[in-house]
Design a protein around this ligand. Structure first.
Ligand code: ADP
Ligand code: MG
Length: 137
């Protein structure tokens, strides 16, 4: 069993896609072990995406991620990190495989509906960014 962090981003949250997205994740074999909704501050968004701070899209990404509420969840399952990435689809919704979350609910390479951790070390750090051990059922 492995855990990963998922974020339903402000575009998908605002479009009322929480239920549809969680359904796809559950259908894909992932279980929600913790969840909460919040609106990220700019400081939180900058810290969460610090790895991208030198990229040209960084300030735009921070503005997008703080533009409305998000839902953060801890997903658990076999090979959860890769499994979640597969269910999400490619970063650019135009290149995402049919049936993936981003293909269905993403708008463009920035407004792409969901975040998912990309490796075991980043998953641990990203889960700890939002949750403590007692939050995990
Ligand atoms: P992923 O979310 O698939 O792991 P990255 O880690 O490369 O993708 O990028 C983090 C987030 O930054 C993306 O999900 C997207 O919201 C945004 N982003 C990535 N590339 C671009 C880009 N070229 N232009 C605008 N925003 C981008
Ligand atoms: Mg990434």
């Amino acid at each position: 069993m492995q855990r990963t962090l998922s974020i339903i981003k402000p575009d998908a949250y605002g479009a009322g896609r929480i239920g549809a997205i969680i359904a796809l994740l559950e259908k894909g074999g992932l279980r929600v072990r913790a969840a909460r909704t919040l609106r990220l501050t700019a400081e939180q968004a900058r810290a969460f995406y610090a790895v991208h701070s030198e990229r040209p899209f960084f300030e735009s990404l921070v503005a997008f991620m703080t533009s409305g509420p998000v839902m953060v969840t801890v997903l658990e399952g076999e090979d959860a990190i890769q499994r979640n990435r597969q269910i999400m689809g490619a970063t650019d919704p135009a290149k995402a495989e049919e049936g993936t979350i981003r293909a269905q609910y993403g708008t463009n390479v920035q407004n792409n509906a969901v975040h998912g951790s990309d490796a075991t070390d980043t998953a641990l750090g990203e889960i700890a960014f939002f949750f403590c051990e007692s939050d995990l059922v």
